[in-house]
Ligand binder design. Structure first.
Ligand SMILES: [Fe+2]
Ligand SMILES: [Fe+2]
Length: 305
């Protein structure tokens, strides 16, 4: 099915899901979450001192990547607008979504500025570099786009939440939790759109899902040192293959979309599903092994420490 036909068939549901979203979304104010009294003026030329906000390197990397990802909002808006259209319920959704996403960078940046959790000069230079790239994930079809954002919003929720838990600061954790709650509602919206798309064109759904699961990446494109930070984030156990399998692939792809039980697929879709299941099983084995390694390391540390 061509993109315009799929998008227009989904349009009434998008309107209904948007109404549901508006009922479930709670108004919140970034300024109420920021510990302003901890702040002080920056003297021009003052060097940032990492010891002022002590935190593990991987958690600091995660905070850096999470904020810059939120900062890239203009390009997600651009990609989503071009893919889903500029009028009707799809546009109403993408406008509302953009307004909500805007709060995320506001609250996280204000928290960093006040607490000095990150070097403000390095952060601003990195923001300029990333946003000047003008890049964002841009899947080739509407079906792939819906599936990508369904997984990405959930992955982002998990990354924010897990980062917050490691911040050793209840105020910072509350901020990341608040943002993660928004990401969860975004995920649920797209997940339910994806389920409807599955009913409309099951073959295309499976073929698109296989591609998007296999090639999934967080939207860190254009972030300075992204690979290095992603490695540090994985080493810290905040987001790695095992977390991705447990938090995204298993609950959404296996349980919610129930791809394994889909019947009546075309030979091409059937082959894509086989490929997808092989990939997922490999990911599962990899996740189990990496969990076992982490547990062994933790036991060794406790017994030697
Ligand atoms: Fe966000
Ligand atoms: Fe989101």
């Amino acid at each position: 099915m061509e993109d315009p036909a799929l998008l227009s068939e989904l349009e009434p549901l998008v309107g209904t899901l948007l109404d549901r979203h508006l009922n479930n979304a709670k108004e919140w104010f970034p300024h109420e979450y920021v510990p302003w009294s901890q702040g002080r003026d920056f003297v021009p030329g003052e060097e940032w001192d990492p010891d002022e906000y002590q935190i593990a390197d991987g958690v600091r990397s995660s905070l850096f990547v999470n904020l810059l990802t939120e900062d890239n909002l203009p390009y997600y808006f651009h990609a989503i607008g071009n893919m889903f259209g500029h009028s009707g319920p799809w546009a109403e959704w993408s406008h509302r979504w953009t307004a909500e996403e805007g709060r995320h960078s506001i609250v996280i940046r204000d928290y960093f500025t006040v607490t000095r959790a990150l070097d403000p000069v390095a952060l601003e230079r990195a923001r300029m570099a990333q946003v000047s790239c003008g890049e964002a994930p841009d899947p080739p079809t509407a079906m792939e786009s819906i599936l990508y954002v369904a997984m990405q919003e959930l992955a982002t929720r998990v990354a924010h939440r897990r980062t917050g838990k490691l911040m050793n600061d209840p105020v910072g954790e509350a901020i990341m939790k608040r943002v993660a709650m928004d990401e969860n509602l975004h995920h649920i919206f797209y997940r339910d759109v994806a389920s409807a798309a599955k009913e409309i064109d099951a073959d295309q759904f499976v073929i698109a899902l296989e591609k998007q699961v296999r090639n999934f990446e967080m939207p860190g494109t254009g972030i300075v040192g992204f690979k290095k930070h992603a490695t540090a984030i994985a080493r810290e156990g905040i987001y790695d293959f095992a977390v991705h399998y447990d938090a995204v692939i298993s609950p959404v792809v296996l349980k919610h979309f129930a791809v394994e039980n889909m019947e009546g697929l075309s030979p091409e879709a059937d082959a894509a599903r086989d490929g997808l299941m092989t990939f997922i099983r490999r990911l599962e084995r990899f996740s189990v092994r990496s969990r076992e390694r982490q547990e062994r390391r933790a036991t060794q540390l406790t017994s030697t420490g």
